[in-house]
Design a protein around this ligand. Structure first.
Ligand code: BG6
Length: 515
C-alpha cells in the first residue's frame, strides 16, 4: 500500500511544472467544509500556489452552511494542509492564507448569494481578481442545479458572448444518476450557462498515466499499427480498490454502487482513451469527438445480453491485509437489505471497424485485495509456434500493461530465448516506471484539472454528449437490474470478486489477470 512510487501516498509529490499562469480569478468553493475540499481541492490549490502556477491576483472563497468567517476558514484550512503534510508550509502559508475568505449560507438562500456577490466584489477590490470566477461545485449532486440557478438569479454568471470577465463552473460527479436525470441536469445547467462554461470533472482524466495513454498510442509509431482487431485478442481494464466504506461515504455510495460510481465515468473514460481513433490534433473538441465515437459504439443490450455480460457483486465479511472487514450491508449508513453492487465485471464489444468482436473486459470493486488500476492489451499469439515455450498459458502472445496506479508506468511482455542449446522461450518484460524515468512521481490530478479550468482548457473534461452516451449504455444495465436481471452475488472482502465474474471471462477461454 505504501509503495514510494504511489503518488497518492507521497506527501512530497512534485508540483506541476510552471507553464502558463492563468488570468487573475476567484475560485469559489461550494461545499468548502466538505471532504473533497479538504482532502483534494485545498492541497491542490496550495500546491499550485507553491509551484508558482497561480497568478498573484488569485483568491479562494469558501461557501458552505457553517457559520464560519474568514479567520475560522483559514484556521481550518491550515489544519487541513498540515494534516496533508504539504511541502514548504512555513514558506508558502503566509502568502497563501490572506487569499482565503469565507461566505456562509445555504445553497437555496437567495440572500446568501447576495452576500456572496458583495464578498466577491470586496475580494476583487483587495486582490485584483478582475471579476473572473471559477465556481467549483464540491457538493452533493442534488444541489448542482439549485446552485447554478441561484448563481444565475444573483447575476453572478457572466455570459461568454459578452465582453468582460469570464465565468466557469466545475461540476463534480455524479452528473445525474441515469440517462433521464443527466439530461434534466444538463437542461437546467444550460438554461444559465453556455456549454463552453461547464467543466464536468472526471478526475481520472487529470492523472498523468491516463493522459499518457494518448501519448503512448499517438506519440509513437509502433503501437498504432497493431492497435486493432487484427492484432489484439482482448483488453482488460481493472480498477481495484482495497477500501470499503471508510470515511462515512456509505449513504452516498448505496445510491450509486460501483456501476455509477466508477464504471459510468472513470472506466468509460479509460475505455475511450484506449479505443478511440487518432484525433486530428489535441484540441478539446478533436479529442472529445473521437471519445464520443467510442461511446456511440457501445453495444445496445437487451435483458438477456445484460444477464450474459454483466456480473454485480457485493462484498461479504472478510479480511484485507489481516484486518477484518464487515459485510457491506453491515457498514455504517447501509440498509441491511441493500442490493447495491460494490463490484461490477462486464464484457463488451465495440461496434466499429477497429474493434468489432474484440472483447473488452472491465472490472471494478471495493474491498478487493489491493489497490490497482491497469489496462492490459493482450495481443494475439504468433500464427505458428516455432519454439518451445516455458511461459504458462500465454503461448507467446505479447502483453502490454499500462499501470495507471500505483507503480505508475507500463510494461511490455515478450518472448526471449533462454540461453542454451535448446530452442526454448521465456517471457521477459520491458518496464517503464515514472518514478525512475522522471525522478519524481506524477503530480495530483486535481492540480492539473484546476489549472486547466483557470486556463480555459476543457480537453480533460467531459462534454455533454459524452455524458449522455455513457449514461445511455449504463442505464440499459440499470433498467435490466431493476427488472430483476442479475442479482448481486456475494464475494468475501479481500478476494478478487465473485466466482461468477471468473466464469464470465472463462467462458471465452480467458482469465482475469492476477494483480
Ligand atoms: C471516486 C469514487 O470518483 O474515485 C470513489 O467516488 C473512488 O469511490 C475514487 O474511491 C477512486 O479514485 P482514485 O483516484 O483513488 O483511484
Amino acid at each position: 500500500m505504501s509503495d514510494p512510487t504511489d503518488a497518492e501516498a507521497n506527501p512530497l509529490r512534485e508540483c506541476l511544472p510552471r507553464t502558463r499562469v492563468p488570468e487573475p480569478c476567484v475560485v469559489v468553493l461550494f461545499g468548502a467544509t466538505g471532504d473533497l475540499t479538504h482532502r483534494k481541492l485545498m492541497p491542490a490549490l496550495y500546491n499550485l500556489a507553491r509551484g508558482g502556477n497561480l497568478p498573484a491576483e488569485c483568491a479562494i472563497v469558501g461557501f458552505a452552511r457553517r457559520d464560519w468567517d474568514d479567520a475560522k476558514f483559514r484556521s481550518e484550512i491550515e489544519t487541513t494542509l498540515k494534516g496533508a503534510a504539504v511541502s514548504d508550509f512555513d514558506d508558502v502559508w503566509p502568502q497563501f492564507a490572506p487569499r482565503l475568505a469565507f461566505s456562509p449560507g445555504t445553497f437555496d438562500d437567495e440572500k446568501a448569494y447576495e452576500a456572496l456577490r458583495a464578498k466577491l466584489e470586496q475580494v476583487d477590490a483587495t486582490h485584483g481578481t478582475k471579476g473572473n470566477r471559477l465556481y467549483y461545485l464540491a457538493v452533493a449532486p442534488e444541489f448542482f442545479a439549485i446552485i447554478v440557478e441561484q448563481l444565475g438569479k444573483a447575476g453572478l454568471i457572466q455570459s461568454p458572448h459578452q465582453e468582460g470577465p469570464w465565468t466557469r463552473i466545475v461540476i463534480e460527479k455524479p452528473f445525474g444518476h441515469d440517462l433521464k436525470s443527466a439530461r434534466t441536469l444538463n437542461r437546467d445547467v444550460s438554461r444559465v450557462l453556455d456549454e463552453s462554461q461547464v467543466y464536468r470533472i472526471d478526475h481520472y482524466l487529470g492523472k498523468e498515466t491516463v493522459q499518457n495513454i494518448l501519448a503512448l498510442r499517438f506519440g509513437n509509431s509502433m503501437f498504432e499499427p497493431v492497435w486493432n482487431r487484427r492484432h489484439v485478442e482482448s483488453v482488460q481494464i481493472t480498477v481495484a480498490e482495497e477500501v470499503g466504506m471508510a470515511g462515512g461515504r456509505g449513504a452516498y455510495y448505496d445510491t450509486s454502487g460501483a456501476i455509477r460510481d466508477m464504471v459510468q465515468n472513470h472506466m468509460m473514460q479509460l475505455l475511450c482513451l484506449v479505443a478511440m481513433e487518432p484525433p486530428v490534433d489535441l484540441s478539446a473538441d478533436a479529442v472529445r469527438n473521437e471519445k464520443l465515437k467510442v461511446l456511440q459504439s457501445l453495444p445496445k443490450w437487451n435483458d438477456d445480453d445484460v444477464a450474459r455480460n454483466v456480473v454485480r457483486g457485493q462484498y461479504a465479511a472478510g479480511s484485507i491485509q489481516g484486518a477484518d472487514v464487515p459485510a457491506y450491508h453491515q457498514e455504517k449508513g447501509i440498509p441491511p437489505d441493500s442490493k447495491t453492487g460494490t463490484y461490477v465485471a462486464l464484457r463488451l464489444t465495440l461496434n466499429n471497424w477497429r474493434w468489432a468482436d474484440v472483447p473488452f473486459y472491465l472490472r471494478t470493486g471495493k474491498a478487493l485485495p489491493k489497490r490497482a488500476t491497469e489496462i492490459a492489451i493482450q495481443f494475439k499469439q504468433p500464427p505458428t509456434a516455432l519454439f518451445e515455450s516455458d511461459t504458462e498459458g500465454s503461448g507467446g502472445a505479447n502483453l502490454l500493461i499500462l499501470r495507471i496506479q500505483p507503480n505508475e508506468g507500463a510494461s511490455l511482455a515478450f518472448q526471449a530465448k533462454i540461453p542454451g542449446s535448446r530452442r526454448r522461450l521465456q517471457e521477459v518484460r520491458m518496464d517503464f516506471r515514472y518514478g525512475t524515468a522522471f525522478a519524481s512521481p506524477p503530480p495530483e490530478a486535481y492540480e492539473r484539472l484546476l489549472l486547466d479550468v483557470m486556463l480555459g482548457d476543457p480537453t480533460l473534461f467531459t462534454r455533454t454528449d459524452e455524458v449522455d452516451s455513457a449514461w445511455r449504455f449504463i442505464t440499459t444495465i440499470l433498467d435490466a437490474w431493476d427488472r430483476g436481471v442479475g442479482q448481486p452475488v456475494p464475494y468475501p472482502a479481500g478476494t478478487w470478486g465473485p466466482p461468477e465474474a471468473d466464469r464470465l471471462i472463462e467462458a471465452d477461454g480467458g482469465s482475469w489477470r492476477r494483480l
